[in-house]
Write a protein that binds this ligand. Structure first.
Ligand code: TXA
Ligand code: MG
Length: 375
């Protein structure tokens, strides 16, 4: 038994969460925990030391702000309140968020709230922003941890900066074992992509990062009919401070190359797989294929023909529904690296519903995007 892992569900679950909650309050080393989207690397959002250690552990640029996790609307109102406000003063959540909170909390949605002049949060949480991102996660372990620790929890995804987000406790251990106090193991995340980040303080309101709640779902809410999807400026060349600072950095990339095929392009042929393997004539090269809705599995004969050309194919289906593809995506990218794949060919999907978040991640991971049919 690895002392850093606590398994759930088990009779020890409650004890493990309580122990983690105590560490959150007292330790300056972050604690990893499951949410329904991805695993988070958590720290008491009101203390500088543990928050700084999150950035150090991930190798994350300090101008990229963290999301704060809460378990109640009361905790949200506390975040809106200046540190020197009278005890009984009350601050309201901006009305634009009410329909979203009613519908999607707890769940994979992060809202931007205005920061009070004197915030009780560590300034390292919000970096250079005048807002703070807040989310109420739906995972029972995340909620229990937040309730038991009774502090707002600052938590980015629990991966090394630039790598795919972790959707199992094992992924967290692979990236951050020596940098975490402990890892609460809640099994595989059911959503699999991160939360949708929305800014209701701008006009029109905007989605800064597509995620577990779809554009279509948000647009259906009163006040959000004209929501725009913020176009990222990955170059940073405009000189304007990016609205979603995290989006300008390289993301979600396995070490292997990624060729992303847009829908309606052809499945790579045996010849394509061989041609892109840049292998030596004598050593077997591993190539990855991740299929979704249209591509078919290689036949035994095709696999054998490729092996004769020193190309071994590691193949996997990500599923056909948006939910399934979201859930399996990051794990499959990590698996390609584990298997020593040099290049993975991925079948993209249409960018509606879950497809918007999936393709946002895949475009960032991709070294090449194939847009045209071969003919
Ligand atoms: O699902 C999730 O959101 C996961 C789980 C652990 O909750 N967390 C997560 O955190 O994905 P992270 O740090 O990996 O991504 C947060 C994103 C970044 O792109 C960051 O720039 C953006 O949210 N963000 C955070 N606070 C912001 C703010 N005040 N203004 C604009 N963007 C903000
Ligand atoms: Mg992240």
């Amino acid at each position: 038994e690895d002392p850093k892992f606590t398994t759930t569900p088990s009779s020890q679950t409650g004890k493990a969460i309580l122990y983690a909650a105590e560490k959150l309050r007292s330790s300056s080393i972050p604690v990893a925990f499951p949410t329904e989207t991805v695993y988070g690397l958590g720290a008491d959002a009101t203390r500088d030391e543990p928050v700084k250690n999150i950035f150090a552990a991930k190798g994350r640029p300090t101008d990229n702000p963290l999301i704060v996790h809460v378990a109640s609307l009361k905790q949200v109102r506390e975040l809106l309140k200046p540190a020197d406000a009278p005890e009984d003063a009350s601050y309201e959540i901006p009305a634009i968020y009410k329909p979203l909170i009613d519908k999607f909390w707890p769940g994979p949605l992060t809202i931007l709230l205005p920061l009070p002049e004197k915030s009780r949060l560590s300034p390292f949480v919000y970096a250079t922003q005048v807002t703070v991102g807040v989310r109420m996660p739906a995972h029972p372990v995340a909620l229990a941890l937040t309730l038991m620790s009774n502090v707002p929890i600052a938590a980015p995804s629990a991966n090394k900066s630039g790598l795919p987000s972790p959707t199992t406790a094992k992924h967290v251990a692979e990236d951050l074992y020596k940098r975490v106090e402990l890892i609460l193991d809640g099994g595989a995340c059911i959503v699999g992509v991160e939360s949708t980040v929305v800014d209701g303080l701008s006009d029109p309101p905007a989605i800064l990062r597509p995620g577990g709640v779809s554009l279509e779902q948000i647009r259906a809410c009163p006040g959000w009919e004209n929501v725009i999807v913020h176009k990222e400026d990955s170059s940073g060349a405009s000189g304007v401070a990016p609205r979603a600072p995290g989006m300008k950095y390289k993301h979600y990339s396995p070490s292997c190359g990624v060729r992303l095929y847009l829908p309606d392009t052809d499945q790579p042929t045996i010849q394509d797989l061989k041609a892109t393997a840049f292998g030596s004539a004598v050593k077997v090269v591993r190539m990855g294929v991740l299929r979704t809705r249209q591509w078919r599995e290689l036949t035994e004969t095709e696999r054998k023909d490729l092996l004769d050309l020193n190309v071994e194919v590691i193949e996997e289906s990500l599923g056909t529904t948006g939910e399934e593809i979201s859930r399996k995506l990051f794990g499959a990218l990590r698996k390609m690296d584990d298997e020593g794949v040099v290049l993975v060919h991925i079948e993209g999907i249409a960018e509606d519903m879950e497809g918007l978040a999936v393709m946002n991640r895949l475009r960032k991971a991709a070294s090449v995007v194939i847009r045209q049919r071969a003919y």
